[in-house]
Design a protein around this ligand. Structure first.
Ligand code: ADP
Ligand code: MG
Length: 616
């Protein structure tokens, strides 16, 4: 027989407000870092421009947040500490157009139910500040006068002093402070106009001045994410249909082993969202080594009616009304930004000049070109342009193209013309090293290219382009494969019919829960097509989009590209090497091979001089 707990209450009773608050605290107040998040959000909602955060012992002993915001009215001080009391919304309509970080009226009462809390506040133009305090229960005394300039200070001591179970979950001082510092960083990145001071055990840890302009913002990004990030990031600014995305995305070569440098904000709020991370992952897919994580700081502005933030008490999750639209917009904006990087671009040049290209040649035009004997190279190079690819490779490629596409090889790009002053970004080949590297001279100094890796990327990008231009050759199955799915999936298959047929599939709905696959892309003739279609439908169901078919095709193209590319130990002539360099300059994503490794590197004269201790 199931046993009943001995003290199981037989009748319903109302929870005391302290217990109700402590239960709510279970969701909102997990650790010192969550307290800091709530307090900072309150300060920012009060339009503070200076926020000081004092922490002792990882926040378990003391958390004090002092701001210069609008302050709280004396008569509201006690109310601010009681549940469901907020100045931020009043009606259901307000809930639909929230532009504050808080609105649930839960943070202060929850925090105060599990700590010793003091609240001091002064409003503009008032001569006195007022103070209330409470120790784990509702404040029972009226506010008393205190000294405080305009703004609010909230002081939290002995977090979880009355909830030992929670206290046990706290980690070391260092770990807790680490979480807390991360919260401060995240918030500082979303509110450039406020200054932040963070001190731990009386030692200054972060000091961020309000950032007024572009330079200030870059400075803050560097202070929070590190100087290398900002030096290796490109700026994005894109909008469509009311959506606005801006921020910084790290170059693929700046990838990380952890997903620890990823900041995404929706309407100024830090969020962690599956749809968003999926879109970003997809955008980087083709340029990142397996298991590496991109770095980014991105801000998405969405019309209020398009997003629901009232999904979770910590407000870390959001729900987009037009999920698919948002996903595709993010994917495209980031993907395009990454595709635009070719060897001539450094993060610096993209940032300062945008990407300036000559209409005719597609080359980067750089100003103040250094004198290099370009003319000599130019003549020897341009004459060989059409036959620049090693013969064997060309043959292999043609065969690959023919099996893959409706069309034969893509037409070659028109031969490049250099005016004598122009030196292409990757310069001119000087020699081949050990059959592996191409050495070239450009304006900055020496360029070293991994010839196989570079060629592989070029071939891969070409294969993809041809595929996009010529369509995917599909092939009928001798016996159509019928698969059983659920009704939702069958409907999705019909709804996304265009997408499937664009990729070379013909899928028919035979019944409410049966599909028949009649045609498949010729490239996928050896793949597990049924499994693939199932996974695609599952993706569409959860993410409203799927790139699995494309990924599978790309994977096959990538393998073909690898086999169709120049192997190490193949001797290349100078014109062949130059042709490869020019191809790299034209090819999207050519800074990394298909596996995400870099294809080339630059050794500047300065770096070379350093090697030889040569002062210049
Ligand atoms: P919410 O932020 O969801 O409204 P809180 O419990 O965090 O709920 O805060 C309750 C109220 O106290 C807020 O609505 C606001 O009016 C006031 N408040 C809290 N902190 C501050 C602050 N630093 N400056 C001004 N007002 C504050
Ligand atoms: Mg709040």
């Amino acid at each position: 027989m199931p046993s009943t707990p001995a003290n199981h209450p037989m009748r319903i009773q109302r929870l005391s407000s302290q217990l109700a608050n402590q239960i709510a605290a279970g969701e909102v107040v997990e650790r010192p870092a969550s307290v800091v998040k709530e307090l900072l959000e309150n300060s920012l909602d009060a339009t503070a421009t200076q926020i000081e955060i004092d922490i002792e012992q990882g926040g378990t002993q003391l958390i004090r947040v002092r701001d210069n915001g609008t302050g709280i009215h004396k008569d509201d001080l006690v109310l601010a500490l009681s549940r469901h009391a907020t100045s931020k919304i009043a009606t259901l309509d307000d809930l639909g157009r929230i532009n504050t970080l808080g609105f649930r009226g839960e943070a202060l009462p929850s925090i105060s139910s599990v700590s010793r809390l003091t609240l001091i506040s002064a409003r503009e133009g008032e001569s006195t500040a007022w103070r209330v305090a409470c120790e784990g229960r509702d404040p029972n005394a009226d506010p008393i006068p205190a000294a405080h300039p305009r703004g609010t200070t909230v002081e939290i001591r002995d977090l979880f002093f009355n909830t030992p179970a929670r206290r046990k979950f706290l980690r070391t001082e260092k770990t807790e402070f680490g979480h807390l510092e991360e919260v401060v960083k995240r918030i500082a990145l979303s509110h450039f106009d406020a200054g932040f001071q963070l001190r731990h055990n009386q030692r200054a840890v972060q000091s961020l001045k309000p950032a007024q302009d572009e330079r200030g913002r870059r400075h803050r990004i560097a202070a929070v994410c590190g100087q290398p990030f900002i030096e290796n990031a490109i700026q994005i600014d894109d909008q469509i249909a009311g959506l606005h995305l801006w921020g910084w995305v790290g170059l693929p070569t700046f990838s990380r082993s952890q997903a620890d440098l990823q900041y995404f904000y929706v309407n100024g709020r830090v969020i962690r969202d599956k749809l968003v991370s999926h879109a970003v992952r997809q955008a980087y897919k083709d340029v990142l080594h397996h298991g590496r994580h991109p770095a980014f700081v991105l801000y998405l502005q969405v019309p209020h009616e398009q997003v629901d933030i009232n999904v979770h008490p910590t407000k870390h999750e959001v729900r987009f009304r037009e999920g698919r639209l948002v996903h595709d917009f993010l994917y495209r904006a980031i993907h395009n930004a990454l595709a635009g990087i070719t060897p001539g671009d450094t993060a610096e040049s993209i940032r300062h000049n945008g990407i300036v290209r000559s209409e005719e040649t597609g080359y980067l035009i750089e100003s103040g070109t250094a004198p290099l004997p370009a003319r000599a190279y130019t003549s020897s190079y341009s004459g060989h342009r059409q036959s620049s690819m090693p013969l064997q490779v060309r043959e292999q490629l043609s065969t690959a193209y023919a099996t893959l596409y409706n069309h034969a090889r893509p037409s070659e790009q028109p031969g490049a013309q250099h005016t004598p002053q122009e030196v292409p970004p990757l310069g001119y080949a000087i020699a081949q090293l050990q059959g592996v590297y191409i050495l070239a001279e450009n304006r900055q100094g020496l360029v070293v290219v991994d010839m196989h890796a570079a060629h592989e990327r070029i071939t891969y990008e070409r294969l993809k382009t041809t595929l996009d231009q010529g369509g995917i050759k599909s092939q009928p199955l001798l016996v159509p494969v019928s698969i059983a799915v659920n009704e939702k999936e069958a409907t999705l298959a019909a709804e996304y019919n265009d997408v499937f047929s664009g990729l070379g599939f013909e899928i028919q709905r035979l019944g409410p829960t049966t599909l028949a696959i009649r045609d498949i892309p010729a490239v996928l003739c050896d793949a597990d097509v049924e499994g693939l279609i199932r996974d695609v439908l599952a993706d569409i169901n959860t993410h409203q989009s799927s790139s699995r078919i494309r990924d599978k095709i790309n994977e096959i193209l990538s393998t073909m590209a690898c086999h169709g590319s120049v192997r190490a130990n193949r001797k290349l002539t100078i014109p062949e090497m130059n042709a490869l360099l020019r191809d790299m300059e034209h090819t999207e994503r050519s800074g990394q091979c298909n596996h995400g490794r870099p294809t080339w590197t630059q050794l500047s004269m300065k770096e070379l001089d350093k090697l030889f201790m040569r002062g210049r």
